[in-house]
Ligand binder design. Structure first.
Ligand SMILES: [Fe+2]
Length: 266
């Protein structure tokens, strides 16, 4: 089956600056190296936002330099920690919609991958996301002319609450409108997101959803009130999507566990 590698929430900082004791660039490099060693036959890499921790030019530049040697096509998306103007300055060739949003369509014979831009820089609730009317109209057209292809939606903010009150407060502010639009076309078979920094799966208005861990810091299991900034140093992870003739299989692979991964036959 065709493979797609998915990374999310890299949170690149400037060289010499970490998040706690973690260096986001090192963690991402470790994850990418791990993924390429195991799944070098993947067709592409999709990174679903929070590329940087503060949206600084130097942070995007550090990511750009890190990706220079990646042998696979890499598609970059934005999250709530990014800044659109600085991203465009460092990645001037990234596909944009006519309105300047970082959204794109990747087609094959049987699948349409739709990459959305949920960054809302004038948010009433900092770090929440939104698809404004222009982005929804673009999505409506992208869904409408997909033909017989199955659609996979990639969006930083998941379009549903996940049961973590602090994260749900900074979720997608118009999730109902997005899900209504997706279901009106009835061709989306999978939604893939980040933002929460934890492996989560479920459904959103009947559509299968998957959320992957960050490559760097993770959210603790917090079904009661807690800060959206609460983080733990669990292993980072990336996603492996298997695109088959009958549908999509979603795997999440932790990396940095090599010493514990010697195979024994129990
Ligand atoms: Fe994040």
């Amino acid at each position: 089956m065709r493979k797609i590698l998915v990374f999310t929430d890299l949170h690149f900082t400037e060289a010499g600056q970490g998040i706690g004791h973690l260096d986001p660039a090192t963690r991402f490099r470790d994850g990418l190296t791990h993924a390429l060693a195991q799944f070098g036959d993947a067709e592409r890499v999709i990174i679903t936002g929070d590329l940087t921790h503060h949206g600084h030019i130097a942070q995007f530049e550090r990511l750009r330099d890190t990706l220079t040697d990646c042998p696979l096509p890499v598609h970059l998306m934005l999250g709530n920690h990014d800044t659109r103007a600085n991203f465009r300055a460092v990645f001037p060739d990234a596909p944009l919609t006519p309105n300047g949003f970082v959204q794109q369509i990747i087609d094959s014979d049987d699948y349409r991958l739709i990459l959305l831009d949920t960054l809302e820089e004038t948010h009433e609730v900092p770090h929440s996301g939104r698809l404004c009317a222009a982005r929804l109209n673009w999505l409506d057209r992208a869904l409408g002319d997909a033909g017989q292809r199955r659609v996979i939606i990639f969006m930083h903010h998941p379009p549903m609450d996940v049961g973590f009150p602090a994260m749900d407060e900074i979720g997608l502010s118009n999730k109902d409108a997005v899900l209504k639009l997706l279901n009106s076309h009835a061709n989306t078979c999978q939604i893939v997101s980040g933002h929460v920094h934890r492996t989560i799966s479920g459904t959103a208005a009947g559509i299968p959803t998957a959320i992957f861990k960050s490559t760097c810091h993770q959210a603790p299991m917090m079904l009661t009130d807690a800060s959206a900034h609460a983080s733990v140093d669990e292993p980072g992870a990336y996603g492996v999507l298997l695109l088959g003739t009958d549908g999509v299989i979603v795997h999440s692979e932790d990396f940095g566990l090599t010493d514990r991964r010697e195979i024994v036959y129990a």
